[in-house]
Ligand binder design. Structure first.
Ligand code: BV8
Ligand code: ZN
Length: 248
């Protein structure tokens, strides 16, 4: 069973408002490639090159191919125990906010409710020009890249590098981070901004900061406690301890 400090145990017991930031690592055990792991490369291209306006404008076919490749994976995977643990955790606190960098929709699928998707949703499309959602089916095999009725190019409804994050999501996430008494950073290399500043804002606001990640990150030294390991194994154990404290 996971060993936790007395201090963390007390925070678990007493925390009113809790926020969690997740990254690609929480979906890794579901089979979704992360960005910086060895799978971070796709046909020798880096995510930063493909998930960008320049990348799409210079080679829409290649970028569409990458998104279709990822959509096929995401349509074939399921949430893992790490996702389900966060959905259960949400029910155990009065005030719980899930902030995700992931675009795979697995948190919603696993039952989490109060979610801010900072970087959009890979399964949705929109018009590059007018931003209108594009709801027609796009056949991945067709190699076609439809245009919106306004003539704009249709693109995946995700936030690319250099693009602003959705206002509602970013404002809601910053607000939840600043008033959190307990903040978890799970499965993220804590490099991409502005998401990576959320744990820092929480800490500056007095939150107890917990990291759950497979490897050390820039947050590890800042965190009040850091669990190095798989989120699918660690989070369920934290929830078990939380449940025993709530009952106790
Ligand atoms: C913005 C959606 C500004 C798309 C994504 C220099 C040049 C250009 C830009 C910048 C620059 N410096 C800073 C920037 C800003 C830039 C940025 O931060 N760049 C980084 C690379 C330095 N940010 C932006 O551009 C953002 N926009 O700043 O706008 C602006 C201001 C005014 C006006 C206009 C604009 C937009 C960023 C959003 C980009 N979109 N995704 C898509 O998915 O296709 S980012 C994408 O990468 C993900 O969404 C995610 O956020 C990020 C990857 O990070 P992680 O999730 O952390 O994944 P990673 O693989 O890195 O790490 C996984 C971790 O999990 C690892 O540590 C691993 O050890 C761990 N792990 C693995 N398995 C497990 C595990 N942990 C636990 N259990 C396991 N089983
Ligand atoms: Zn349009």
């Amino acid at each position: 069973m996971l060993e936790i400090t007395k201090e963390f145990r007390n925070v678990l017991k007493s925390a009113g408002s809790v926020a969690v930031l997740t990254g690609a690592g929480i979906s890794a055990e579901s089979g979704v490639p992360t960005f910086r792991g060895e799978e971070g490369l796709w046909k020798k291209f880096r995510a930063e090159e493909l998930a960008s306006v320049d990348g799409f404008m210079s080679n829409p076919e290649l970028v569409w191919e990458w998104y279709m490749f990822r959509r096929n994976i995401i349509n074939s995977v399921s949430p893992n125990p790490g996702h389900y643990a966060l959905a259960e955790m949400e029910k155990l606190f009065d005030n719980f906010t899930l902030i995700t960098q992931n675009v795979d929709g697995l948190h919603k699928l696993s039952g989490s409710e109060n979610i801010f998707e900072l970087h959009g949703n890979i399964l949705k499309n929109k018009c590059f020009e007018c931003g209108k959602p594009y709801t027609e089916e796009i056949d991945p095999e067709s190699g076609e890249h439809p245009n919106c009725e306004c003539g704009g190019k249709v693109r995946p409804d995700v936030v690319w590098f250099g693009e602003m994050l959705p206002e509602a999501a970013i404002n809601g996430a910053f607000e939840a981070a600043s008033r959190a008494e307990l903040f978890f950073s799970v499965g993220t290399s804590a490099l991409v901004q502005p998401a990576a500043s959320m744990p820092i804002i929480a800490k500056q606001g007095g939150a107890y900061l917990v990291e759950v990640n497979l490897e050390p990150t820039p947050l590890t030294d800042v965190a009040d406690c850091s669990f190095l390991g798989k989120s699918g194994e660690i989070l369920p154990q934290i929830v078990e301890i939380l449940k025993s404290e709530k009952v106790g």
